[in-house]
Design a binder for this molecule. Sequence first.
Ligand SMILES: [Zn+2]
Length: 81
Amino acid sequence: MKPIDDPNHPNNSVKHHTGKLCIKGCGRPAGTFWNSQLCQVCNAIRVSRITAQLEGIMDSFDNKPRAAFRRGGAERRGGRC
Ligand SMILES: [Zn+2]
């Protein structure tokens, strides 16, 4: 379990609560080490969603002919591989 997903991790402790409620309207107290406006649960969901989006972007890079592109770039610049 990642620290951001662990409700018992020190970075999710009451110490980081702001005294306000989570802006997602879940009714839980807002504030973690990583985000002052979201509760631990909503912040973990948010980070999970962003991570999935970044992984999708990385996967899309894997579908490109990167090696051929690099070779072409080096040849155009007159450099060595
Ligand atoms: Zn919340």
